[in-house]
Ligand binder design. Structure first.
Ligand code: SGN
Ligand code: CA
Length: 524
């Protein structure tokens, strides 16, 4: 009898503890957009008013002005986010890979620890999510209009509407129906602002009054920079009038866009783009005038997709706040990577250079972050999973390669990170970006381009190869736009020797065997 009472008492205390834990452990909301350039966000200095809700979040929390990805491409970056491991370790090096969903992720740890976890929206990792309490994902890149979703039973269903709105509707439904006795971790994976930048019908023309200034380096001719010169992602030559900019008769995106519209969506699109096309045709633009016209059209559509994205961030954060969850929820807004908005004349990403490797990161967490913080500490998306672990009161697994951001939130860190290692693999690819790895410190970027060993001379064809042992070095202090490759002039300097020593250390630390093999093959 006495033993039973003691046992019951003990059980009661345990239950209380679990309950206390469940109510105090913070909720985690992370919104990950696709190709969202920090340059288009007010909190990062943009002046077109496209992001009032993200800016509000920044005022209530922190803006990280040096947040980096490890591999600036959708799938790889998401895999790093999930696992806190570099691509060579988590196995997802490029968009052709398949993510092994059985490997440990922040979701597997949090679900195991009693969190309700969900991923809703773009996933882009080929396999289906595992170890989430719930998921509803877009297949592959997904569609802007009337998107198809895959559910936990591997069933596909089409939902009418604009993708960003639909993803929010699904996220709010999940939040409303969740088990409120447990903390939650919700990942909202956005499709916007990815190519082909199809705006919500409500936002068509929202930026037509703006004349976007050309970036200073728009007409970059890439002297001394081989990889920049040979790539194929420039607005002048690569961006397509039909496919990307919706000019008839070559609308070209039948495969993804126009054929999916409802008649009413079609009407809005036709009305809007037909008159632009008529005007375009009458101008007979060529050369720079044509390129600059394309640039304006690109940014007008791009910013229109940002507007909807931001509005939908607002809808989700509004739910959090109106339901009294604001204090105990960490809200994170980020993107899978950055994006070029005409810098160097480019769109797309992939490179270690500034606007691609750097991604927006805004975090609101009143418990630890002072409102209005601006922080230039070098942080990484690789740090998210360890941060979530620590917030949930779990031990950070030793094989995670990022670091918890809690000391950064508290402003209590010294030298949180002195350098960031980067490695982009996908090759060949439609944009002719060459594989490379590199190191970024507060001041310098040192990068080594290479040809993957499996590409032999025999396969050369249209593929591009960097010159033998090809390095670039940039001094961000004197050359923030990375226009002057100063490697040749400095290759025997103490500076380069020091950076290479740091790089060697990181290659060992992150188990970058393929990078080590490239360097081992270099002429001494
Ligand atoms: C698509 C795009 C590319 C883009 C990749 C990767 N072409 O292939 O421009 O670089 O996705 O983007 S498109 O014609 O299909 O739009 S990622 O963000 O998903 O990695
Ligand atoms: Ca992306």
């Amino acid at each position: 009898m006495k033993r039973t009472v003691v046992l019951l008492g003990w059980l009661f205390v345990c239950l209380l503890k679990v309950r206390a834990q469940n109510t105090s452990r913070p909720n985690i909301l992370i919104i990950v957009s696709d190709d969202h350039a920090y340059q288009s966000i007010g909190a990062y200095g943009a002046s077109y008013g496209a992001t009032p809700h993200i800016d509000q979040l920044a005022r209530e929390g922190a803006t990280y002005t040096n947040a980096f990805v490890t591999n600036s491409l959708c799938g790889p970056s998401r895999a790093c986010l999930l696992t806190s491991k570099y691509s060579n370790i988590n196995g997802f090096k490029d968009n052709r890979s398949r993510f092994d969903p059985a490997q440990p992720t922040f979701a597997s740890y949090l679900t195991g620890a009693g969190y309700q976890t969900a991923w809703i929206g773009k996933w882009h990792l080929k396999s289906l999510p595992k170890n989430f309490s719930y998921f509803k994902i877009l297949p592959g890149q997904g569609q802007y209009y009337n998107p198809v979703f895959i559910d936990e039973n591997d069933q596909k269903s089409r939902i009418e509407g604009y993708c960003t709105n639909v993803i929010t509707d699904l996220s709010l439904d999940w939040l409303k129906n969740r088990d409120t006795s447990k903390p939650f971790c919700l990942v909202v994976g956005e499709k916007a602002t990815h190519r082909t930048w199809m705006p919500d019908t409500a936002d068509l023309g929202a930026f037509d009054h703006v004349k976007f200034p050309l970036p200073d380096d728009f007409y970059d001719s890439f002297p001394n920079r081989y990889a920049g010169k040979v790539n194929n992602m420039n607005i002048a030559h690569t961006m397509r009038l039909g496919y990307d900019l919706k000019m008839k008769p070559d609308t070209g995106f039948g495969k993804s866009g126009y054929t999916r519209f409802t008649p009413s969506q079609q009407k809005y699109f036709d009305q809007y783009y037909d008159s632009i096309y008529q005007d375009f045709k009458s101008r007979h633009l060529v050369g720079k005038a044509l390129t600059e016209w394309k640039f304006q059209r690109y940014l007008r559509d791009y910013y229109a997709t940002v507007l909807s994205l931001d509005r939908n961030v607002g809808r989700i954060v509004d739910y959090i706040d109106k339901n009294g969850l604001g204090k105990n929820t960490i809200v994170i807004y980020t993107s899978d990577q950055g994006m070029y908005l005409g810098e160097h004349g480019w769109f797309d990403k992939r490179f270690i250079y500034e606007q691609s490797m750097k991604t927006p990161l805004v975090i609101r967490y009143p418990e630890l972050i002072r409102p209005g913080t601006r922080d230039s500490t070098m942080v990484m998306l690789l740090d998210m999973a360890p941060t979530f672990m620590q917030l949930a009161g779990l031990k950070v697994p030793g094989d995670m390669q990022g670091k918890s951001l809690i000391p950064v939130f508290k402003g209590e860190h010294k030298n949180f990170r002195n350098e960031v290692f980067y490695h982009y693999y996908e090759y060949p690819n439609e944009h002719n970006a060459l594989p490379h790895f590199g190191l970024r410190t507060e001041r310098y970027v040192l990068v080594r381009f290479y040809t993957p060993p499996r590409f032999t001379e025999a396969k050369k064809g249209k593929l591009r190869y960097p010159p033998k042992d090809y390095w670039e070095l940039y001094d961000l202090q004197n050359d923030p736009e990375q226009l002057h490759n100063i490697y040749e002039a400095n290759k025997r300097s103490a500076l380069v020797r020091g950076l290479k020593t740091e790089m060697d250390k990181l290659i060992v630390q992150y188990k970058q065997e393929d990078a080590a093999a490239v360097l081992a093959g270099e002429a001494k």
